[in-house]
Write a protein that binds this ligand. Structure first.
Ligand SMILES: Nc1ncnc2c1ncn2[C@@H]1O[C@H](COP(=O)(O)OP(=O)(O)OP(=O)(O)O)[C@@H](O)[C@H]1O
Length: 280
């Protein structure tokens, strides 16, 4: 379970986040949407322990029932908690000059002695897991290529394989498809949905385009100006409802190209949303 309480983050002159409260149960797949600057990345960084909330604000984040941070300080358990949290970013996920396999094996660093890792002497069991993870994302044939030779979508798939090798129980994907074309976006989202379904991994994925939230995530948390303006079933995010909560920013969240790509897909490829908690 992930529990976020009274989370507030102030940058020099800007409120990044204001009093965010949310509980995400184990095994949920939740979309985080909002236009540019609404606070999606800032919230993701807080959940992953890369950023701390305002001191003495009462803010707290629990991940997998252990405190990640409280009142502006990381807890002493943060390292252990982080070991179970896989993070995927929009870009800069992989070390370009290393092979795909070595990048994936970085996921095993928490379990492998440093001397083995720096000498690239990962045990056979970890190599097997790395290869299995690559196979699950359809990238086994690229294992020995340099990461720099991969397309953006392929790089994201390798980043997901790294999280699988990490044995992450929570996956935070911060705008993983923002730089991808609709077809690559669909492949990456399909893989995220598949590992969520098969491994019961909790997935939080931040998205610019609401169509993907509706298609893949039963529940959406919508941010605006650092505040939660909606938390509930993604199916309720109709254009008119979004217009109500986002006004003129709604245009940023709908993309005609994505809409067309979605319509052209066979119906049985839909990951149908299940019921989710009521609106906030
Ligand atoms: N390190 C920082 N220093 C100062 N202000 C910041 C910093 N990080 C974020 N902000 C501000 O906090 C607000 C939220 O930013 P954030 O990057 O979380 O938005 P976002 O929803 O992820 O946007 P985008 O979709 O463009 O990535 C913005 O006003 C941003 O300018």
């Amino acid at each position: 379970m992930i529990q976020i309480k009274q989370l507030t983050k102030t940058f020099k002159n800007t409120k990044g986040l204001s009093d965010i409260n949310a509980t995400i149960e184990s095994g949920e797949m939740v979309a985080l949407i909002g236009s540019s600057g609404s606070g999606k990345s800032t919230l993701m960084r807080h959940i992953s322990g890369l950023m701390c909330c305002d001191p003495n604000s009462g803010g707290q984040i629990e991940v997998l029932s252990r405190i990640m941070q409280r009142d502006g300080k990381l807890s002493k358990n943060a390292r252990k908690v982080r070991a179970e949290v896989g993070v995927i970013f929009q870009q800069f996920n992989l070390v370009d000059r290393l092979s795909v396999m070595t990048n994936v094996l970085m996921g095993a660093l928490g379990r492998v002695p440093t001397w083995r890792a720096v000498s690239n002497l990962f045990p056979p069991s970890e190599r097997r897991l790395g290869m299995e993870s690559l196979a699950r994302v359809g990238m086994a044939d690229k294992a020995w290529q340099r990461a720099s030779t991969l397309s953006g979508g392929q790089q994201q798939r390798v980043a997901i394989a790294r999280a699988l090798t990490q044995k992450a129980r929570v996956l935070l994907a911060d705008e993983p498809i923002a730089s991808l074309d609709p077809e690559s976006s669909r492949v990456v989202m399909d893989i995220l949905a598949q590992i969520h379904r098969e491994d019961k991994i909790t997935v939080i994925v931040s998205l610019h385009q609401v169509e993907y939230a509706i298609r893949y995530c039963p529940r959406t948390i919508a941010l605006r100006h650092g505040r939660v303006v909606y938390d509930g079933p993604s199916t309720s995010l109709t254009p008119s409802f979004l217009q109500e909560i986002y006004g003129s920013q709604t245009e940023e969240l709908f993309s005609p190209a994505v809409d067309n790509a979605m319509r052209q897909q066979p119906k049985n490829s839909l990951n149908r949303p299940a019921p989710a908690p009521a609106a906030a």
